[in-house]
Design a protein around this ligand. Structure first.
Ligand SMILES: [Zn+2]
Length: 325
């Protein structure tokens, strides 16, 4: 149902309205970051066009809805890059397929994923197809890089913008790809988009940095000299890349936030929710006030380092401040 697209309500409502009022555009361009749900919405629009039971929506159960779900509906054609390029042959195949079966149903839909990957020839061929759209044909082009598409393509489509996906939506997608929940949630919070979150999860050192953060926090609670040793031996000796240090600080900030959420009784909001044991143990040894101050200290350190402050001194200073609280 259209109402299920809570994160992209505007886009869903626009499409639902056009369909209900019989004012479907002959070409749409869904534009938005990867992971925003463009593909899912394109599939839903196709189902809603062909659904045998619902008027302007999809029941998800009738023959047409099921065939589209499985990718087997004859009047719904998918195009995606082959070896990273969409070629003219793929557009020609589409045209051929749609011209053969002219009279069987009132609509024909084609969905092109990563439309910006069309080469010049394919673009030219598609433009002709868009200029003289055969009766009942609906084009749905998807892109996460709208600036790579020619203005001539954009001007022939109705552009539907998708919001960047929320951290929750990104985490859910990562989990569907088999990434463990705690790691997926952490990466989704830190990354700016789906691609970045996915890359983080794939890197071995991301999980290591996260463990290191938990250990450092533990050492800070002890208020001994361990925390400084940890910073030296486990971080400064291993990581020279400023981006990695910044990532480490982001993870530390997220960890402090989780400790605070625990103290506030908002456990469902906790990101590192696969680490409830250390979270509980550490949170009970620190006050809300110290955590809030600590988060401020971490942010100041992040800011200093972007202005090329001395790395070692800045981190030592941060640890001492976090211990004093
Ligand atoms: Zn249906």
């Amino acid at each position: 149902m259209w109402s299920e697209f809570a994160a992209q309500r505007q886009a869903a409502e626009l499409l639902h309205r056009s369909l209900k009022n019989n004012r479907l555009s002959h070409a749409y361009l869904f534009s938005g970051a990867r992971g925003a749900g463009k593909r899912k919405m394109a599939k839903h629009l196709a189902k809603a066009i062909f659904c045998l039971r619902q008027n302007g929506d999809s029941c998800g159960e009738c023959k047409n809805c099921r065939l589209i779900e499985e990718g087997n509906h004859l009047d719904v054609h998918w195009i995606e890059p082959e070896k990273n390029i969409i070629r003219i042959k793929q557009i020609e195949d589409l045209q051929k397929k749609f011209s053969y079966r002219a009279a069987e149903s009132s609509h024909k839909v084609y969905i092109m994923e990563e439309a910006e990957k069309m080469n010049q020839e394919a673009t030219n061929r598609l433009l002709k197809f868009l200029e003289e759209p055969p009766q009942g044909v609906v084009a749905i082009l998807l892109t996460s890089n709208i600036h790579d598409l020619l203005p001539t393509v954009l001007s022939r489509c109705q552009i539907v913008s998708f919001h960047a996906p929320s951290p929750e939506a990104i985490a859910e997608r990562l989990e569907q790809q088999g990434i463990k929940q705690g790691l997926a949630r952490t990466a989704a919070r830190i990354a700016n988009d789906m691609d970045e979150a996915h890359t983080l999860c794939q890197s071995e050192s991301f999980a290591q940095l996260r463990s290191l953060v938990i250990q450092l926090s533990e050492d800070i609670m002890e208020r001994g000299t361990y925390a400084l040793v940890t910073i030296h031996d486990k971080l400064l000796k291993q990581e020279k890349d400023p981006d990695r240090i910044d990532l480490f600080l982001d993870l530390l900030l997220l960890w402090f936030r989780d400790l605070l959420l625990f103290l506030l009784g908002q456990e469902s909001q906790i990101t590192n929710n696969d680490q409830m044991e250390p979270i509980q143990k550490q949170a009970l040894r620190i006050s809300q006030r110290r955590l809030v101050d600590g988060m401020g200290t971490i942010l100041v350190t992040k800011n200093r380092l972007t202005h090329y402050a001395n790395l070692q001194l800045s981190l030592e200073d941060m640890v001492l401040r976090l211990q004093e609280g």
